[in-house]
Design a binder for this molecule. Structure first.
Ligand code: FPP
Length: 253
């Protein structure tokens, strides 16, 4: 079991969200796609506010994947602009609400103003203790795992937990490892899209057809209620005394 994996009834939960469906939400209303992303930012605010009430103390949001660079340049600029504006405009309310902001992913391809906004938001909110909000930006889980493998390849006696703790990189991107307890994906697709692959090894998965701009506190409450009904076994079984038969015993040793 990974560090701090949590049973459904307990607090201190790591919830991760793939916020999908902004474009379709906008197109269904005859609006340009960027209106969908803008509406998506409003959903982000609502969900960050509601999350601590459900025992969520770490929320990771997939804001921009490394594959999103292949979208039209205007859409890329629009998305990165919205994220930069969010980091600036939400700084004060994050401090007030005890939200600690962190950004995971690569910063190498980001422009200087965005890198500056990230650093300023991380520094200003570092004392937040109610919830940590991780924004995944230019993020690829495969690249993260590959980079860690390259860095740690010569480390002797590397354990699973050591590897996990050092997964999120050196320097500014360094964040403590936490397994994901619940992964939510909006927008109807049912896949992980290179998001937190290591961290989701035992995550409960919740897929909803609701488009991200429509996903509100009531939808989060429904996802959390479903999560709390799930039985997490982490590969084991409920602790019932079962006699191991002689034949099975043979294959154990
Ligand atoms: C997927 O919808 C969503 C994204 C690629 C971006 C998510 C970004 C935001 C919600 C706004 C900024 C985030 C923060 C944290 C401030 P899509 O465009 O792929 O939708 P579609 O599948 O309907 O086309």
């Amino acid at each position: 079991m990974g560090p701090r994996s949590t049973q459904p009834g307990r607090s201190s939960l790591h919830v991760a969200i793939i916020m999908d469906g902004n474009g379709r939400w906008a197109e269904a209303r005859g609006l340009p796609r960027w209106e969908g992303h803008r509406a998506g930012v409003t959903s982000v605010r609502r969900i960050v506010e509601a999350a601590p009430g459900h025992g969520i103390d770490l929320l990771t949001l997939y804001a921009f994947s490394s594959d999103n660079w292949s979208r039209p340049p205007e859409e890329v600029a629009n998305l990165l602009g919205l994220i930069g504006e969010f980091l600036e405009s939400e700084r004060a309310s994050c401090i007030e609400q005890g939200v600690r902001l962190r950004v995971i992913g690569s910063r190498a391809r980001l422009g200087e103003p965005l890198r500056h906004a990230i650093a300023a938001a991380e520094t200003a909110t570092h004392a937040g203790r109610t919830i940590e909000l991780r924004i995944a930006l230019d993020y690829s889980s495969r690249d993260t795992i590959l980079a860690a493998t390259r860095r740690l390849a010569r480390t002797r006696g590397l354990t699973r937990d050591d590897f996990a703790q050092r997964l999120n990189g050196e320097g500014t991107a360094r964040c403590a490892h936490r397994d994901v307890d619940l992964l939510i994906r909006t927008g109807g697709e049912q896949r992980l899209s290179d998001f937190l692959l290591w961290e989701c090894a035992y995550a409960e998965l919740f897929f909803t057809p609701t488009m991200w701009p429509d996903f509100g506190p009531g939808d989060l409450a429904a996802a959390m209620a479903e999560f709390r009904r799930r039985q997490r076994r982490f590969g084991a079984v409920q602790a019932l005394p079962i006699a191991v038969g002689a034949l099975t015993e043979h294959w154990l040793h």
